[in-house]
Design a protein. Structure first.
Length: 254
């Protein structure tokens, strides 16, 4: 008999406890969520980039002295730095920096023996600019002044955060509208959000750049005097880049 009373008390407690933990409506009546609904929406937008970053490399060498190879490199780099500093717009966020400097002896292998060949100095100059209309002349003049390589161009967007905010807002509205439509079709309503995850990314446009005329002539040892004065300017196609936004939400239903 004692055992039966204990079980009955436990059953009563279990029947009362769930109802006391349920959320209540504004009038104080208890509500029972029917479940959750997951909704996601992705959108994208093509935009014209307003910023580009590229680098030019200056390589110099000397058979006898590292100091002479370094002097040659400094002379060329100073000319390029002076030219770029005079033509970029620093008040608009443009800047120049040295990304990598390397000075090393170069060896070749002859008959399985390492033989000294030359001293080589390399300096990598990075240019970050919004003056997209000047990129061609920046590259052409840097090459003319002695740059030996031009590395790929990275096009990007300076106001990415603003663009992402607009796309995420539009995606969130779509999630809300679709959630309400599905809930209505199921004969229920949305009471709130359990979780919301967002993401926004930009596919920076990278262009592998190959400077044909002066670079190849310098590599082959041809005189720069042989380059035609009327050589056409380097053609740079800016193109478009794409911004991707996504919203994933889990909604409460009742």
């Amino acid at each position: 008999m004692k055992k039966s009373i204990t079980v009955s008390a436990l059953v009563v407690a279990l029947l009362i406890l769930p109802f006391t933990l349920l959320p209540a409506d504004a009038d104080g009546t208890a509500t029972c969520p029917k479940g959750t609904l997951s909704v996601s929406y992705s959108t994208e937008k093509e935009v014209v980039p307003d910023t580009v970053e590229f680098s030019v490399t200056v390589k110099t060498s000397d058979k006898k002295s590292m100091q002479e190879a370094s002097r040659k490199n400094k002379e060329i780099c100073n000319k390029i730095y002076d030219y770029l500093k005079a033509n970029i717009n620093s008040t608009n966020g443009d800047y120049i920096k040295t990304a990598n400097f390397n000075a090393t002896p170069i060896y070749n292998y002859v008959n399985n023996k390492r033989v000294f060949d030359r001293y080589e100095v390399s300096n990598n100059i990075v240019v970050h600019t919004k003056s997209l209309d000047k990129v061609s002349s920046f590259i052409d003049n840097a090459i003319t002044m002695g740059a030996t390589d031009v590395n790929r161009l990275n096009f990007s967007l300076s106001n990415k955060d603003k663009q992402c905010a607009e796309l995420l807002s539009a995606a969130a509205n779509q999630v809300k509208g679709r959630g309400n439509a599905v809930a209505a079709a199921l004969g229920t309503t949305i009471t709130g959000f359990k979780s919301v995850n967002t993401s926004c990314s930009l596919n920076q446009r990278n262009v592998n750049f190959a400077y044909a005329n002066m670079k190849l002539m310098r590599a082959s040892g041809a005189s720069m005097d042989a380059v035609p004065e009327a050589a056409p300017a380097t053609n740079i196609e800016v193109g478009n880049i794409t911004i991707y936004a996504n919203v994933d939400a889990t909604l409460y239903l009742k």
